[in-house]
Design a binder for this molecule. Structure first.
Ligand SMILES: Cc1cc2nc3c(=O)[nH]c(=O)nc-3n(C[C@H](O)[C@H](O)[C@H](O)COP(=O)(O)OP(=O)(O)OC[C@H]3O[C@@H](n4cnc5c(N)ncnc54)[C@H](O)[C@@H]3O)c2cc1C
Length: 429
């Protein structure tokens, strides 16, 4: 373990060192908000870019390039004095105020863990092995490749049942990601496939959305859920609520009562969990491995180690089971912690975090979206427009905003997802 002995080459100064692990919504916001004269800021991330996950589904559905929703962290930190190292966290040693990564070790005065979440397959090995997940840019590209490849294969199948299995698409999980994916693929079936694959009988293609609970978008209002179901139904998506998927073996999806359906493209979007970090007390973990924090984001049992965003579990009266794992929570917590760290080194009182819920939205397709805002609930064209504007303005980088706007405008005018490239390495797909 050479890397364990190597000390990361970051200059020692008399400023307090804040090591932030994770350059997602929470980590990036904190790094940019922290007072640079008072702290030495070191950001570690296993990737060298920040990823805007809410638009991953558009990469998976050939609507956007991954580069349009990713932003190089080194570019964000130009002229800021913030140190960046591409490194994967391996363990934390709170007794020595030190953490170990795959490229070496580093000391900290304050450590902030903002490592986000990963897909939760709920220990179902076959499902994990055979379904597609969508948590990273490579995941989304893999879905794009597999979906397009399966359509190509369908063309060359003679047996009708085979053709159906290659054309069918199943999405498991009726949260915003599942709903958005289902809507996007239904639009591809409607607008793109008749032109791209005129030889295929699209009556043979089913788009199915399975949700274990009794309704879609369970984090949103009942109205939003009913409206989303109706929009999907109008687009030809078969929605099955109260239907937990039992198994998938690479060809056959097994549903309750041993009902089966043959489908080659199955996307799992049914839950998230976090990785446990070696070195932290087991009692620091709550449900789905989220790190239990107090209202200052301090992890239970530690004074100078914090968790932010998706991997933190903070309760307050309005959120007894913890905050929703969404970008707004991550951003607001980061703002609060930036202030509190400054207060801490000045021995001044800290500010308790309270989440301000600005509402939630989900889009199903062109002019079809639902929005639950604190002051109003609405749907249709205005919800879709609001969803588009909010997402466009939230993407990091002017170039990225322009590219996304161009891709969206092109798609809006032509009804075409223009990036239907099957880009594969010759030995790996
Ligand atoms: C498909 C999808 C759609 C979504 N849609 C929405 C939406 O519409 N609206 C919304 O509000 N939220 C949405 N979310 C949720 C939102 O993206 C998250 O809540 C948000 O990203 C959380 O921010 P974070 O900083 O906690 O974690 P992340 O943004 O996930 O960042 C974590 C960072 O940590 C890094 N990292 C992880 N492990 C390590 C390690 N061991 N070592 C080093 N670095 C590591 C990762 O590379 C990543 O950069 C969506 C999520 C997904 C996956």
């Amino acid at each position: 373990m050479l890397s364990e002995n190597y000390i990361l080459n970051i200059p020692e100064t008399d400023k307090k060192r804040v090591v932030i692990v994770g350059g997602g919504f929470a980590g990036l916001k904190l790094a940019l908000k922290l007072h640079r004269k008072k702290f030495q800021i070191v950001m570690l991330d296993k990737n060298n870019y920040h990823l805007f996950q809410p638009l991953l589904y558009q990469v998976a559905m050939s609507g956007l390039e991954p580069s349009a929703i990713s932003f190089p962290l080194r570019k964000v930190f130009q002229n800021t004095g913030i140190f960046f190292r591409m490194a994967e966290l391996e363990s934390v040693h709170p007794d020595k105020n030190e953490l170990i990564t795959d490229i070496g070790r580093i000391k900290y005065d304050f450590l902030v863990l903002a490592t986000g979440a990963k897909t939760n397959f709920f220990n179902q090995e076959q499902i994990e092995k055979y379904t597609l997940q969508m948590k990273s840019a490579p995941d989304a590209l893999y879905i794009r490749n597999r979906t397009l490849e399966n359509f190509e294969k369908a063309l060359n199948k003679k047996d009708e049942e085979d053709v159906k299995s290659y054309l069918n698409v199943a999405i498991i999980g009726g949260g915003p990601t599942g709903v958005e994916l289902a809507g996007a693929i239904a639009e591809i079936k409607k607008y793109v496939m008749p032109k791209d694959y005129p030889e295929l009988d699209l009556q043979n293609m089913k788009i199915m959305l399975f949700e274990a609970s009794s309704r879609l978008l369970s984090g949103m209002s009942e109205t939003a859920s009913v409206t989303a179901s109706k929009y999907l139904d109008d687009l030809g998506v078969e929605v099955f609520t109260g239907t937990p998927v039992k198994n998938y073996d690479g060809r056959t999806l097994t549903l309750p009562d041993d009902v089966t359906v043959d489908v080659k493209t199955v996307i799992w979007a049914a839950g998230i969990t976090s990785d446990k970090i070696a070195g932290l007390e087991l009692s620091s973990y709550g449900r789905n491995n989220r790190l239990i924090v107090n209202s200052f984001n301090q992890i239970t049992g530690y004074l100078n180690i914090f968790a932010l965003g998706d991997n933190s579990l903070m309760t307050e009266p309005a959120f007894p089971n913890g905050h929703p794992q969404v970008a707004q929570v991550a951003l607001q917590q980061a703002n609060c912690l930036a202030y509190n760290l400054k207060q801490m080194i000045a021995n001044k009182p800290l500010h308790e975090f309270h989440y301000t819920d600005k509402g939630s939205m989900a889009t199903v397709g062109r002019h079809l979206a639902v929005a639950d805002l604190p002051f109003a609930k609405f749907k249709g064209y205005f919800a879709w427009l609001l969803w588009s504007v909010v997402h466009l303005f939230s993407i990091v980088g002017v170039k990225n905003k322009i590219f996304v706007l161009l891709d969206w405008s092109w798609k809006y005018i032509t009804y075409d997802q223009s990036l239907r490239l099957l880009v594969k390495h010759k030995t790996r797909n």
